[in-house]
Design a binder for this molecule. Sequence first.
Ligand SMILES: C[S@@+](CC[C@H](N)C(=O)[O-])C[C@H]1O[C@@H](n2cnc3c(N)ncnc32)[C@H](O)[C@@H]1O
Length: 318
Amino acid sequence: MASRQELAVPGMRKAAWRRGVVTFRLDPGSDPADDFFPHELVFARACVRSLGQVTGADEPTLAAHAIALAGPAGWQNIHVWGRVPAVSADVDGIRARLLEACGIGVVAEVAEPGDLVLDIVVDAADRWWVGWHRAATLASRWPGGIYPHTLPDGKVSRAWLKLDEAIATFAIPFEAGQRAVEFGAAPGGACQRLLEAGLRVVAVDPALVDERVASHPRFQQWRMRARDVKLRQCRDIDWLVCDMNIDPRSTLESIGRVVSAPGCRPRGVVATLKIPDWSRAAELPDWLASFASWGLQPRARQLSTAGREVCVVAGPAR
Ligand SMILES: C[S@@+](CC[C@H](N)C(=O)[O-])C[C@H]1O[C@@H](n2cnc3c(N)ncnc32)[C@H](O)[C@@H]1O
């Protein structure tokens, strides 16, 4: 729903949609540029100019139809992904077959900036969508806009991967020696990622952080709720990270209390806003306006490694 709303730009009429795929028709006579879609999409993972659908009883037949529809030449990379995770497909096998058929050879699945990418969305075992896009933002260089990494062994929670994706997506300039405070830090995956980036880290959470993180020499924990943190302790924070499982309005109150306090001026905020139900996604513009009211410029994305939540990264307005 949220994707459908953010993609409803002038010049397009909504067409078919199914879970995981929303399609729009261009108005007759319109010939938009390659970068017609807004680059900074929050909920839609990938935008593709559709060439149509192909059907077939098996993968070789589907691949032959897809190549006939797309034409074999000119593509610099091929992205293949399932419409939803439940659609099981041998995406690596399909990609290898199509790369060979298009004469591209072996290329990394992360496209180079500016690459013309052929997109195959596996809708069902016997039906694929075929389309294309020009790689631009980092997320548009990943197949389906999905972060192409998994959680490494030894990480204490999936929040490690979420923060890893946020760092890549927004090019967050964490630097060794900087100080970060995280509200909602237990069991500690994000703190672990921050420590790996060389930061000094304070976890604020009534729950205990995992011993593997807590024992790090650059780590400390304040076992309390965010609203009980003394503001004078926040004066030399470089980064405020928030990942509390509470209503977004309460998260914003905790952030606002710190960033608008005299003497507290973090370089940036990395906040997870949990969306209690999808109808609340319509409040996103108001949530982002809160950052602007504190003199911060927010960017937002629903990360592919996260659930029903939005990651907002905000820095000083320029
Ligand atoms: C999703 S978990 C955080 C995961 C964590 N960022 C990580 O890296 O593993 C949410 C956490 O928010 C904490 N929390 C909820 N309300 C809070 C508050 N008012 N102040 C601080 N922490 C809070 C919970 O105790 C819980 O540990």
